[in-house]
Design a protein around this ligand. Sequence first.
Ligand code: XUL
Ligand code: CO
Length: 446
Amino acid sequence: MSNNAKVVLGDKEYFKGIPKIEFEGKQSKNLMAFKWYDEHKLVAGKTMKEHFRFAIAYWHSFCGTGGDPFGPGTKNFPWTTTADPYQNATDKMDAAFEFITKIGAPFYCFHDFDLIEEGGNLIESKKRLDFITDYALEKQKASGVKLLWGTANLFSNPRYMNGAGTNPDFEVVAYAGAQVRNALDATIKLGGENYVFWGGREGYMSLLNTDMKRELDNFAQFLHLAKDYARAQGFKGNFFIEPKPAEPSKHQYDFDAATVIGFLNKYDLADDFKLNLEVNHATLAGHTFTHELQVAVDNNMLGSIDANRGDYQNGWDTDQFPNNVNELVEALLVLLPAKGFLGGGVNFDAKTRRNSTDLEDLFYAHIGGMDAFAKALLVANDILENSPYLSLREKRYNSFDAGKGKDFTEGKLSLQDLSEFAAQHGEPKQRSAQQELFENIINQYL
Ligand code: XUL
Ligand code: CO
């Protein structure tokens, strides 16, 4: 069955010769087709489209030309040909909606100044955002593509070198507030389903010159103001905090899922704010992605995910496209029983490599990522429905299901009772954790 999205072009076609990407199945040899992602396929009561709610990241896909500290961009995007920011922005948006509708993603995500270059002052920036969001509204209507989340870039402009909401200077905090207000207005105008805060500069480079408590108190205050403003404008969606431990700052306050949940609870923000978890941020924090997901799910805080992967041989945020099905199966073994995201979806916060310079590469990257998730979903569902995985895990805890173990869980025992039980039963019988058996189950169902 053909996917629902209809291709929406601007005045010209940027990805010439590339048709709408269709599901052709595993036997297909067509490199420009999905082998596993069939948006209509029902898995555990939902279509693949509903499970993933795939989104395309505007910044990497249409703005990132591949520059790094050692050299400039390598990608000659045919949608950045003029010096006029307004023309550039509409051309880029034409290309973006052509790509998004050809790949068949139902959502996109942006930072304010991905859409259009920041102006020289707040008034000009607001004027530019008003202009480009009028255009985006038309594009969304024509295509049916929706906005998964919007955000403000509070890390690139030099004014934020010491932070935005956590800046020691109130003038900068106020400026960041103005920028967030405009980004919230843009998100609300476009029917954005969620709003994200990622704080790359919300942290410190040296603790010697930093009053951490004061910065965190201010940050919470800042988030309250943003939330109150958006709610007053009728915004019903969730706010997400995206944890990342470091890079660009030495230490970032939104270190990992557990830290952010503690912060949100402490400052009375947990009803409105959930988490946007990113794979490579988890690994930078020294965790698996699965660990971060489980922490969020167990606290009812899993809002959305940024899909990508790191590189095993280095320690920075390489933002590669996900391709490791085995690891994604482990992630889906957490996601599937959790029954989805609190408002979010799967956003490809990933970029093609600096030396992947063909326009086709953007398609191969997303086809690969969407297929990897789709295949992992099928395997995880098979494991959950047909393997002894869940029952084996439950069995490890069965001593709490009855008798004294159950009494303990229900708070009916004292430390004295534990002592008496232990004295009666003596040295506990050894029980294997069977890790290799659990690992084998994944391979068996792949
Ligand atoms: C940076 C990162 C951001 C956020 C949005 O590592 O992940 O792109 O997702 O600001
Ligand atoms: Co991200």
